[in-house]
Design a protein. Structure first.
Length: 134
């Protein structure tokens, strides 16, 4: 079969070009449902500091799901859509867990520091951002 990614594909019976395939065909896109933005957030804490326990995770989720600061100047409240681990298994409340990933949805900014959660030695980072296609 011919590689149609770099040429026009004639589909109509009268010979007119129906679809033009170009350089972007077959490429990856950053897109998701129209929910504002989706972020993949990593919550990490070494086992030497107690790991990511349920108390740690609850504190981080509590902060993420609450708006902070004045309107337009602080973080927005996000909705937690999923919780998981890097290995794809469900999170289990364990001190052996060093990282937990959250898929959160919202429209604004998100920053989380140790002082925000009230728990020391917790690193919360945004690993990926997905925005709706315009």
């Amino acid at each position: 079969m011919a590689d149609v990614r770099s040429r026009n594909e004639i589909v109509a019976n009268d010979g007119t070009t129906y679809i033009t395939f170009g350089a972007n065909s077959g490429q990856y896109t950053i897109n998701q449902a129209d929910v504002g933005r989706e972020l993949i957030v990593k919550v990490a804490r070494s086992t030497g500091n107690g790991g990511v326990t349920k108390a740690v995770l609850d504190a981080v989720i509590g902060y993420i799901t609450t708006a902070h600061g004045s309107a337009g100047a602080g973080d927005s409240a996000f909705t937690v859509a999923a919780v998981g681990t890097a290995t794809g298994i469900a999170y289990v409340n364990s001190t052996a867990t060093e990282a937990v990933f959250l898929r959160v949805q919202g429209t604004g900014d998100l920053t989380v520091a140790d002082a925000d959660t009230g728990i020391a030695n917790v690193a919360v980072t945004i690993e990926a951002i997905f925005t709706p296609a315009k």
